[in-house]
Design a protein around this ligand. Structure first.
Ligand code: 4AD
Ligand code: MG
Length: 441
């Protein structure tokens, strides 16, 4: 094999280990007689150096980005000045192209990703995912999901897997996807909450990480039709316990993710200003948020000043979080604007023991509450909402067969990631996003 570039000090220890690597050409750069190939295999990047006759073969001269190849050779440690990932290089003595890629504009990398229009990039998501930014978000996503599993198990929670095909709703009829289930009407689940509640009596504290489905008819940067829902139910707790647990799980997950050098480095690239939030998170009652919005002249959806009872819509919510610029637990929403199952506040029955966790840049990432644990009260709530309780017998039985004060929440993984990785939209945190108008690739 040929001569090494002069500036490289190859006297160090790793010199000479023989390896064979397989991967895809992430980058290639010709320099005089030398061809540098950055190979990518999912675990990392490796700089490979082809010199001498090897660099002049037909395959080397026509090498294209994204082609898959196998290279054998010797590993060399190189000084930081050589700009090789992990300060090492593979000094090739043989290579084979396994699958040639077209190259040129068809090799989607970060460069193309930054230039293309949004719909084209989504159509070509399978190629965009090969770019560093999109891939980093996927790696962080994996680390975050893993960290939730680790953290829940550290806390003694049991993971269960509720069904996705159901015949009940949780969060209102307007966002249900229905389908024909052997001639019966059924839905894609909106939330596993009700099933989690029924697991409490055998498991104690429980959680699940499942898909939830919402037929959202609005195109916003934080709404998907299919998303990953991290949900937990906690037994024998108070509302304050629920809020503390939420801080604990969010901060604990961040600790795990940041303790991993690889994902910590990716996060540093994706979101250089990221700082782990300080505990305790800011707590704000809904009624105080209404006053806050009025005093900041932030109008409701109709353009009028906010009134008690109004929904705090996405735009107002995001302006609030951007101004306050730290996580907020927004609590005690009015009964009328929240779901049927939420426990009322004993001190003020107009409002519920409910919480939304809001993050800067995204707004709501968590929705949770204490659950009505009294059978008669729950039945009255079904009646108030005009819902037939009979399909829910397995849920309402919970209150007849040994009820308990309990509560829980759902966290949207994609929204958590949009906040953590500073992505403009949740669509960029999915492998293949689903939203109104898009069900491919
Ligand atoms: O606030 P939501 O609708 O609450 C529930 O579904 C409860 N049953 C959860 C529970 O208590 N177990 O949804 C919870 C979270 C939201 O805060 C948001 O992060 C996410 O789920 N979410 C969505 N994410 C992406 N696209 C959508 N269309 C979403 N709808 C909700
Ligand atoms: Mg919500």
């Amino acid at each position: 094999s040929g001569e090494r570039p002069k500036e490289v000090d190859y006297s160090s220890g790793d010199r000479g280990t023989r390896v064979r690597v397989m991967g895809r050409v992430h980058r290639e750069r010709k320099q005089k007689e030398v061809l540098f190939v950055t190979l990518r295999d999912g675990h990392g990047y490796m700089q490979c150096v082809l010199t001498g006759p090897l660099a002049k073969t037909y395959d080397a001269l026509t090498l294209t980005r994204e082609s898959s190849m196998m290279i054998t050779g010797e590993m060399w440690e190189v000084p930081p000045g050589a700009h090789a990932p992990d300060n090492r290089e593979l000094h090739a003595d043989y290579f084979e192209i396994v699958g040639k890629a077209p190259g040129g504009d068809d090799a989607i990398t970060n460069v193309v990703q930054a230039k293309g229009d949004v719909q084209t990039l989504l159509d070509r998501r399978h190629l965009v995912l090969r770019g560093e930014t999109a891939a980093s978000v996927m790696f962080v996503r994996d680390a975050v999901e893993h960290a939730f599993n680790v953290k829940y198990h550290e806390l003694g929670y049991v993971k269960v897997s509720p069904p996705a095909l159901v015949q009940t709703q949780v969060e209102g009829g307007s966002t249900l996807f229905d389908f024909n289930y052997y001639g019966e009407k059924a839905y894609l689940t909106q939330s596993s909450q009700l099933y989690l509640e029924t697991a409490i009596p055998f498991a104690g504290n429980v959680y699940c990480i499942e898909k939830s489905f919402r037929a959202e008819k609005s195109l916003t940067r934080r709404h998907l039709s299919e998303y990953t829902h991290i949900e937990a139910e906690l037994d024998f707790i108070t509302f304050d316990d629920l809020l503390e647990h939420l801080e604990d799980i969010i901060c604990g997950v961040l600790d795990h993710v940041l303790a991993n050098p690889r994902t910590a480095a990716m996060l540093q690239d994706l979101n250089p200003d990221f700082q782990k939030p300080e505990r305790p998170f800011k707590r704000m009652k809904y009624a105080d948020a209404i006053d806050w919005l009025r005093s900041h002249d932030i109008p409701n959806e109709d353009g009028n000043p906010h009134q008690f009872g109004d929904d705090i819509a996405e735009a107002a919510e995001r302006r609030m979080t951007d101004i306050i610029n730290r996580p907020i637990f927004l609590t005690h929403f009015p009964v009328e604007i929240k779901a049927f199952y939420m426990q009322k506040d004993k001190a003020d029955p107009r409002v519920t023991e409910s919480v939304d966790c809001l993050m800067p840049g995204v707004g709501e990432i968590v929705g949770g509450s204490m659950r009505m644990d009294d059978y008669d009260e729950l039945m009255a709530a079904y009646q108030r909402e005009g819902m037939d309780p009979s399909p829910y017998y397995w849920y309402t039985d919970q209150r007849r067969y040994g009820t308990s004060p309990h509560g829980g929440y759902g966290l949207g993984l994609e929204r958590f990631l949009a906040w953590l990785c500073k992505q403009h939209t949740v669509r960029d945190t999915c492998l293949y996003p689903r939203y109104m108008g898009r069900c491919k690739p």
